[in-house]
Design a protein around this ligand. Sequence first.
Ligand code: G4P
Length: 528
Amino acid sequence: MSSKLSQEIDRRRTFGIISHPDAGKTTLTEKLLLFGGAIQMAGTVKSRKSDRHATSDWMAIEQQRGISVTSSVMKFIYRDREINLLDTPGHKDFSEDTYRVLTAVDSAMMVIDSAKGVEAQTEKLMEVCRMRNTPIITFINKLDREGMEPLDILSDIEDKLQIECVPLSWPIGMGKRFRGVYDRYHQQLHLFTPGKAMRGDEEGITITDLADSQLDELLGSQADELREELELLEGAASPLDRDQFLQGTQTPVFFGSAINNFGVRELLDAFIEMAPSPGPRQTVQREVQPQEEDFSGFVFKIQANMDPAHRDRIAFLRICSGTFTRGMKVRHHRIGKDISIPNATIFMAQDRAGVEEAFPGDIIGLHNHGTIKIGDTFTTKEPLQFTGIPNFAPEIFQKVVLRDPLRSKQLHKGLLQLSEEGAVQVFRPLMGNEIILGAVGVLQFDVTMARLKNEYNVEAIYQPAQYFTARWIGGEKKQLVEFEKKLRANLFHDAEDHLTYLAPNKWNLDYVMEQWPDIRFLKTREHG
Ligand code: G4P
């Protein structure tokens, strides 16, 4: 094993942020990038959101809505660690990609708005993290505003997300009375000055003995409140257990205010110390260790038309083992072809730059002319297929109706391609021939329609489809035949011909599942 490869693996941290819209993900991202020196000015991430694709034609939708369809990978270096931050699109650009990005990370940062507690999107994203036991570090944001009591926020997280909280810092007041945080881990007090943006490198005041009168001098009457709360915590909260953190059953919690850059450095310092470097990954054949010399990786996302000058598609590949070097030949196992990769792209915070070398945990972009599908594995030689990059059950549905029936062939071709790229899911009924599209975010429908028109010259419209969710069906042949016969009206084939049940409502799904105990109703389906 080369020691350079091991060193590069040890240095890397690849993560995503999970949060509900407006909790402060963009603000926090910006501050993290500032610490990494990846951007110079505050406001950069936000403005990038709107002008990155200003010239892209099919993405006119994006401008209309003032949001970004793309999610990107931001690389920055902090204290000699190479950090890959994979953006998890939220707001209206929430899509299946958001879920799939989480299959490519080694850890996640969870941002919670202190006034709101755990919100719906965070719960959904956490479900995906749980599939791979992804370690989570939690940041409770907006302490400069009035919010829920800190202990109530922790119970809310523990109840809704089934993960034990270990507060490593503790807030002193909130809103107008917010004075800062006490870092329980390093036994340091960090004071907050309202209205003053922090540089982020302010030193804390070491207070090892809570009886220290310095605490009273600095905090006045709030000193005793802090003492009481910390004492309560000593009795109530478990100590941090690294194994439990790595298993995703315990989360270290930090408090702060992203917009004031308060508590962010402590979060980032703890993150690089605790979060794991790239670990082993499962394939159908065997477990792959990152230190193996042979290169391997999988595609978790395909982005169309990032560069409007070339109507290209970029496949995002997560490296799982070995070293990637420019021009190297790799095998695309699904289609059994060797390809050389002369101009892979590595994603930087501001720019895309040509890659000379990349290592496990890094994400590279491969140019794709329609042959790469989500979940495809590339290696230098051994035939492997990485697992754990699934389709997720859609939550919203539309019926597609063609304007010109003579373009039906093009419609099918376009939809097959778009489903292979993970843009949308396609379901064909066992009875009749209407096509149902499924997605987890509404924007996926707009993108699909725009791309059908521009790339396949297909004019279609949507009509409402009253479905609640989809489940992929599995079971013994005999039972499946019976099931198919009885429930034909709600059964479909997806783009890869897997039998899928579309339920009109939750009640119906529960009822059918109860009636058919031997049938498997799966919320995710692996590509293959
Ligand atoms: P998101 O990416 O998770 O959707 O959240 P974003 O960072 O865009 O933040 C959502 C709103 O919350 C923004 O306000 C942002 O300024 C604010 N915010 C973020 N962190 C803090 C914090 O620590 N304290 C307080 N008080 N507010 C915070 P906005 O009014 O929607 O946008 P803007 O006009 O300020 O950009």
